[in-house]
Design a protein around this ligand. Sequence first.
Ligand code: TRP
Ligand code: SF4
Length: 349
Amino acid sequence: MSEETSQAAAKRVLSGMRPTGKLHLGNYMGALKNWVALQNETNADGSPKYECYFFIADWHALTTDYADTGALRQNVREVALDFLAAGLDSKRSTIFLQSEVPAHAELAMLLGMITPLSWLERVPTYKDQQEQLKEKDLATYGFLGYPVMMSADILVYQTDFVPVGLDQAAHVEITREIARRFNHIYGVEEHEVLPEPKVLLTPSPKLPGTDGRKMSKSYGNTILLSDPEPEIRAKLKTMVTDPARVRRTDVGNPDVCPVFDLHKVFSTGETQQTVRAGCTTAGIGCIQCKGWLADAVVAELAPIQEKRRHFESHPEEVDAVLDAGAVRANARAEATMRQVRAAVGLARR
Ligand code: TRP
Ligand code: SF4
């Protein structure tokens, strides 16, 4: 259907997340919250603006953790719970597990045939990650091919938009290059078979963890979406502050304080003003300031945690979501693969 017709098909949106276990505030603010917003966007007539696909990238976990899969099943479960708790809804989105849609692997294999090694070797995360994860042997075919698998994830749905953070933008760029090369080599029209997807850059607010560094599972400084209220309060109580504010009577500077960075994300403008005024005059203490932050974080997470408890006690509903998601994803991916096989010359008829 052409775009000019009033009933133009909804643009397809796809994104994925590795099953790292229980998700934290950084995963939520930097990705999941945005996915839920995209899922819920509507046109003037109330119809959904996007056809959304969100998946748990379990094969991607193997690119770095192939030797240590003991926690994989549980991690997948936790991420599925957090997806649903955060508001992803199987009535509006196709929510699935990557390894339950084999077409991702078939397309990745075919794309691997046409992808020059040099393109993969120059992906910034390739060398970076190998250096950062020195304890693992990442001189593998699978790790080098990670961007090919990610390209297949995206292209197998003929995706229009990929909402990701800046850290993943280079992978969407290589996806576009691989699509272009495929269409060129197999002589298919641009926008046919493997249309080039666009990155939809997720605005990611600065979200420090309790030690002041970027919130990240590997730093052990996270606040989990599923942390109970006392845990959230205890973690925030130990959070680093403006290092120059040693005594209660010292004035502080919110602009260099990681606690204030979180206030900017979670607290009202009014609270932020109160904090700024109190901090810069030593009118408030850091414990009080962190208490207000905890109030805001707890309020943001309350509805999420309520939903999580529901799904925790109804695991059969979580399985039903992933089962239905796999059926829908397989059907859509298979439609692309029929075109792909024909373009490559593999189709018998
Ligand atoms: N590589 C992404 C990450 O580490 C996860 C991912 C895998 C993904 N396949 C994808 C994201 C396809 C967007 C589209 O966060
Ligand atoms: Fe940071 Fe708040 Fe303490 Fe100021 S009062 S230094 S903003 S924690």
